[in-house]
Ligand binder design. Structure first.
Ligand SMILES: [Zn+2]
Length: 174
């Protein structure tokens, strides 16, 4: 057979879709094609929804990481700022009033054992920043633990029972 006429017979043959394909009918073929199209559409929809969900998750993770970085950035206090705050507040706890000088008056050098800390007046969790020196204050470790991220100075002052400067009652010392 001539090659061209063979191709013509394959491509142009009318009965390719009628009963030429091993007896498969036209209806069965249409049904198979439609079913395949629906299947493909379903797979496509599933793939797209999975892709969108993945993208949303990635966005949320990114946003969370950004927030954590932002919180870490606002929590940070420069050493120079911390020293400036201690100097400004005269190495005195702004809640209970204990100070380096006060302890040194009992025994020179004792004040160095007072663990003073730079506290965020408005806490980082409430939007405060360590970059603003006006948002920092000198606190002793005890008051700072009690203040945490939610309490104000006055609220801590109402709670504490160790007295101004820890050692209010001078009668204990003689
Ligand atoms: Zn204190």
């Amino acid at each position: 057979m001539h090659k061209l006429s063979y191709i013509n017979r394959i491509l142009g043959s009318e009965d390719l879709f009628s009963d030429g394909l091993n007896g498969v009918s036209h209806d069965t073929l249409s049904f198979a094609v439609a079913a395949l199209a629906i299947l493909l559409a379903v797979v496509l929809v599933v793939l797209i929804s999975v892709a969108f969900r993945y993208r949303r998750q990635q966005k949320n993770i990114f946003r969370q990481e950004q927030m954590q970085m932002e919180v870490a950035r606002r929590r940070r206090i420069r050493v120079s700022d911390k020293n400036e705050v201690f100097e400004r507040d005269n190495y005195t706890c702004q809640i209970c009033g204990i100070s380096k000088d006060y302890l040194d008056s009992f025994c020179p050098g004792l004040g160095d054992y007072l663990l003073l800390e730079a506290d965020h007046i408005r806490s980082v969790s409430q939007g405060g920043t360590g970059r603003d020196i006006d948002n920092l204050q000198c606190l002793c470790w005890r008051c700072n633990r009690k203040k945490g991220g939610r309490r104000t100075n006055d609220e801590v002052r109402d709670m504490i029972d160790y007295g101004i400067g820890y050692l209010q009652d001078e009668g204990d010392w003689d």
